[in-house]
Design a protein around this ligand. Structure first.
Ligand code: PMP
Length: 448
């Protein structure tokens, strides 16, 4: 790329004033190379960069864009809210409505606290679990990402996986020692940890269905086993639905694989189960900075001001963000989920067929309407059920695949450890563009 490219010029300016030129590491093209696209605007399934190039988007802001970019009714709701004032630092009726909508969809969230990011939601869940149990240890699973909370960065997915980091510098030894990391989908390993230190464990936190090491769904009964083990040991179960919540279905992953009213528990062979705490983000804010923590009422009441566990935020429940979340959830009806599911099936199938035709061994894995590709013979043969499996894939096939798609006008996640996101706005034209781009990209992956 020449320096005459307006986007390259912006990137050069960015790098001079922003570490790596990006406000969040996953936006850098760290593992695929090249300049990240600086985006000028987005509409429906498309994003347009500052050089005027348009791409079909398969990132959708890493999840929030369930309805597509800049849905007119969501934008209108935000504009109307903005005209009434940007932030009050006082409670609003819209926050109550959003909490009611969340609880109606996910009854396990008996009470809800609104925050601004998924990281705040999981950080608060960890503090609340420790406050409620009087215990210090947190158990997480390798490859699960829960935001950049000190206690939760060990062997994390997302950018930590992309850049192949064991965790993060700056996390104290004491903090790291209070986090126990267990392989995903391994009930025996978790049983062993509980056998040894069960009475010290405040909580087990898990992605409802992991999508930050690529898509690695829980095996049938895995989440139910977490519930059994935590309950038997007096520990809490924290279900992180920041990514899956309100995306894979009206009640998130729990609605598909848990105890949500009407949830099809037979589909996964799982007995009904209910977490103590649930975190939400992404879709719940409709593209604005909003996330939430929900859970059993008596636990949630341990938060200040009713309880001793402190948590706060100047911009929590921000009126613009609340308006975007409410508008998004009101619009996200059965038709939306049916369309997103069907586009996900079409695109996932087409990606797998193109790779197959090009002779690229791979595993296309799904969790509801989330999916991702793992490259390599082992993935193709055995599937990917843990972070170790995900790391063992042929990661070198992703950069050429990614860039061939980008050259053809389709923006994939710039990391092989991320899910592909589709939206209700991905119409036939957008899907056709993706399908047309796949065969050449698959051939590029084959010769890598
Ligand atoms: N939990 C999960 C499962 C996530 O996917 C993410 C973000 N990708 C987070 C927590 C953190 O959310 P945020 O980036 O809003 O802090």
């Amino acid at each position: 790329m020449t320096t005459a490219d307006p986007m390259h010029e912006v990137f050069e300016r960015a790098r001079a004033v922003i570490p790596g030129g990006v406000s969040s590491p996953v936006r850098a093209y760290g593992s695929v190379g090249g300049d990240p696209r600086f985006i000028a605007s987005a509409s429906g399934p498309y994003i347009t960069d500052v050089a005027g190039r348009e791409y079909v988007d398969l990132v959708m802001s890493w999840g929030p864009g369930l309805l597509g970019h800049a849905h007119p009714e969501v934008v209108d709701a935000v504009q109307r809210a903005a005209a009434r004032g940007l932030s009050f630092g006082a409670p609003t009726e819209a926050e109550v409505e959003l909490a009611e909508v969340i609880r109606a969809r996910v009854p396990a969230a008996q009470k809800v606290r609104l925050v601004s990011t998924g990281t705040e939601a999981t950080m608060t869940a960890v503090r609340l679990a420790r406050g409620a149990t009087g215990r210090d240890l947190i158990v997480k699973f390798a490859g699960c990402y829960h935001g950049h909370v000190d206690a939760l960065l060990a062997e994390a997915g997302s950018g930590v996986a992309t850049f192949a980091l064991p965790g993060s510098a700056g996390v104290t030894t004491a903090s790291a020692a209070e986090t126990l990391v267990v392989p995903y989908n391994d009930v025996a390993a978790l049983e062993a940890v509980f056998a040894e230190r069960g009475d010290e464990i405040a909580a087990v936190i898990t992605e409802a269905s992991p999508a930050n090491m690529g898509v690695v769904p829980p095996e049938p009964g895995f989440n139910a086993a977490l519930r059994r083990l935590t309950a038997a040991n007096g520990s809490l179960l924290v279900l992180d639905e920041v990514l899956t919540g309100f995306r894979v279905g009206p009640a998130g992953w729990w609605g598909l694989d848990g105890a949500a009213a009407g949830g099809d528990v037979t589909a996964t062979g799982s007995e009904p189960w209910t977490p103590d705490l649930i975190t939400f983000g992404k879709v719940v804010g409709g593209g604005m900075p909003l996330a939430a923590l929900g859970g059993r009422a008596e636990l949630m009441d341990m938060l200040a001001p009713t309880g001793p566990v402190y948590q706060a935020g100047t911009l929590s429940g921000n009126p613009l963000a609340t308006a975007a979340g409410l508008a998004t959830l009101r619009l996200a009806d059965a038709g939306v989920y049916a369309h997103v599911d069907s586009v996900a099936t079409t695109v996932g199938d087409a990606a797998s067929e193109a790779l197959e035709a090009a002779g690229v061994a791979h595993s296309l894995q799904r969790a509801g309407n989330l999916f991702s590709v793992f490259f390599g013979e082992a993935a193709a043969r055995d599937g990917v059920r843990s972070y170790a499996d995900a790391q063992a894939q042929d990661t070198f096939r992703h950069p050429p695949f990614f860039h061939a798609m980008l050259d053809a006008g389709v923006a994939l996640p710039p990391s092989v450890f991320e899910a592909w996101f589709v939206s209700a706005a991905h119409d036939d034209a957008a899907v056709e563009a993706i399908l047309a781009a796949l065969p050449r990209a698959a051939r590029a992956a084959a010769v890598a």
